[in-house]
Each structure stands twice: as C-alpha cells, then as structure tokens.
Design a protein around this ligand. Structure first.
Ligand code: FAD
Length: 311
C-alpha cells in the first residue's frame, strides 16, 4: 500500500477510534494460531458498532480491501501479508448478557462476537445452563464460530442458536433468524453475504453444574490426548468427508509426518497440519495440495480444506 494512502487511512481512522487501537504494518503471525503471516498494511480494533460501521465506510471511500478477523484460529495468512485493513472486534463486542425464562427454567444468552467460545461455555456453566459444553476448548471467537458453525463431539453452535445480529455491508443492522442463517456443516450464509456478525443469541436449558463441568473436563481431556496442542495449527485442516474421516484417509495414504519446509501433517493427529519450525504459508499450502492429491489417488476422495486463506 502506498505510503500516502497509509497516512490518509491513519488520519481518517484516528477521527473515529482511539489511537491505541490502530496498528500500521501489524504482523499477522501475531494474530493467527498458525503463527504465520506477513504484515497487514493496517490493523484496527473496533470497540462498538459505530466504530465498525465507520471503519467499513472509510475502507470503501479509500477503496482499500478489508477483512474481519476473529481469533485467527481457522485462517492461514499469506507470507506477503494483507494489503488492506484487518478489522478486529473488541470493547462492547466482548459482552455477554442473559435473560432467564422463569416459566421453563431456560435462558437466552446473548454473546458479543468478540467473546471467546471457551469463555462463553464457562459463562453458561457458571449460570447453570447446558448446550455449549462442546465449545469449551475450541479456540475461536463467537463471531468466527457462528460463521463456521463450529462444532465438536456431536454438538455444533447451530444446535442452540436462536438468532444472529449482523451488520450488512452497507452498514444496516438487522437480526437474522437461525433458519435464515443457513447453518450447515462448517458453513453458514455469512460466507456468501459478507455480513458482519455482531452477536449471537443461544437458547439453553437449566442443568446441574457438576455434570456440565464433568462433560467439559472430559472434552478437554480428549483434546489433550488426541490433538497436537503443543504446536501452532489452525485445527482440522480439512472438512470431514461424507461417511469418512479426513485424518483416517490421510493416515491411510501414508502421509503422517509428511513435511514441506516447516509445515507437517501432525504425527499425533493426521487431520492437523502443524507449524513445526518457522513454516511459511507457502509451506502449509504445499502440504495441503500434496495431501489432497495423494489422498485422492489413494482413496478417490477429494478433501476440501476447512482452513480459510487470507490474502
Ligand atoms: C487447536 C485447534 C482446535 C480446533 N478445534 C476445533 C473444533 O473442535 N471444532 C471446530 O469447529 N473448529 C475448531 N478449530 C477451528 C476454529 O477454532 C474454528 O473454526 C473457529 O470457529 C474459528 O473462529 P475464529 O474466531 O478464530 O475465526 P477466524 O479464524 O478469525 O475467522 C474464520 C472466518 O470467520 C470470519 N469471521 C470471524 N469473525 C467474524 C464476524 N464477527 N463476522 C463475520 N465473519 C467473521 C472470518 O472473516 C473468516 O472468514 C480449532 C482450531 C485450533 C487451532
């Protein structure tokens, strides 16, 4: 991005938000769980809806591309970085509220898109409501989780989701029902519409805290046992193919430990690609392509990447 453009952006952003939330030339490797990615020309944390709306307006006025990043746990950021504005959600987007229904003992929990999924599940536990135990340990945010319809151990956000508050690309704020959100396996309508998820409301049932906690601890134990949590990754690299498991197909193709540069198919869980030693995005992409090709040759199944590439 031209220096001139950067200074115009800095000036305009400084008018709408606190300077402490603006970062020119911010390395994306600091904001992705893969610990990979060159600098974003500009990186801004929006603390409320007005700031987000104004930030998008400025990007459009200045004709620069922008991307809303959640916790960066499902993205691979390019080595050359991002020649545009990376937006993050902070401040008001980290709030959670609850409305209990005394008639049936259920509760509607509304969570800002910036809240971590683990934090939301802990909140539900603290209040004594069941339905989000599976989300404990998924390192993404509520916004990224709804976008991806995150799930684990037989549960997914769609199970308890009631509605999603969004900002349309033109700045209009509206409530989208669960049906309208078109949640599918690791997908939602938000992939197509470009809407920004501001918050999500979940309907949970009252439940004793001890079994909720036990379930969460069990999921944590299973993650530690099965997943390579000691190495940077973006979780499962591929979507689960119909009637099969990506990890199993990769292992059967003899690719456990397969390596390009600093990126490798995990020895512990073949569904994960891990950054073993200063991997570049190009290394990870090469592993993805090799795995797809070799698994296809071995089993006839073409794996679809779950990881999203940020360029
Ligand atoms: C160790 C590990 C374990 C994991 N385990 C699981 C698991 O069990 N189950 C599972 O489903 N996933 C898992 N993941 C993947 C990841 O955590 C989820 O996909 C999560 O939902 C991504 O959320 P995020 O906030 O990190 O989104 P990001 O990775 O930052 O973004 C993902 C996409 O969501 C979009 N997005 C983010 N926030 C918003 C918003 N507010 N509005 C609109 N779009 C938005 C981004 O633009 C991007 O396209 C794992 C990842 C790791 C590293």
């Amino acid at each position: 991005m031209l220096l001139n453009k950067k200074s115009v952006l800095t000036e305009k952003f400084a008018e709408i938000m606190d300077l402490k939330n603006l970062f020119p030339d911010e390395p994306l490797s600091r904001h992705t769980s893969f610990r990979i990615g060159g600098p974003a020309a500009f990186y801004a944390i929006c603390e409320n809806e007005t700031e987000l709306k104004d930030a998008i307006r400025i990007c459009k006025e200045e004709n620069v591309k922008f991307f809303l990043l959640g916790n960066g746990t499902n993205v691979l950021a390019a080595d050359e970085g991002y020649d545009g504005v990376i937006l993050r959600l902070g401040g008001d987007f980290n709030l959670i509220s609850i409305r209990e229904d005394i008639n049936d003992g259920s509760a509607f929990i509304t969570s800002g898109a910036g809240v971590a999924l683990t934090q939301l599940s802990m909140y539900a536990l603290k209040k004594g409501f069941t339905g989000l135990e599976f989300a404990h340990g998924i390192p993404g945010s509520v916004g990224g989780g709804i976008f991806m319809n995150a799930g684990a151990y037989g549960g997914e956000l769609n199970d308890t989701l009631v509605s999603v508050k969004v900002m349309a690309p033109d700045g209009e704020i509206k409530e989208v029902t669960k049906e309208e959100a078109e949640m599918g396996y690791r997908t939602s309508r938000f992939e197509k519409t470009g809407e920004f998820i501001l918050s999500g409301t979940f309907h949970l049932k009252v439940y004793p805290r001890i079994p909720i906690r036990t379930m969460m601890e069990e999921y944590k134990r299973r993650r530690i046992e099965k997943q390579p949590l000691d190495l940077p990754s973006a979780g499962s690299a591929f979507k689960r193919p119909e009637g099969n498991f990506a990890g199993k197909l990769i292992e059967e193709a003899g690719l456990k430990g397969f390596k390009v540069g600093g990126a490798a198919v995990s020895e512990k869980h073949a569904g994960f690609i891990v950054n073993t030693d200063n991997a570049t995005a190009a290394d990870v992409e090469a592993v993805i392509e090799n795995v797809r090709e070799k698994v296809y040759k071995n089993s006839g199944v073409m794996l679809e990447p779950e990881i999203r590439i940020l360029k």
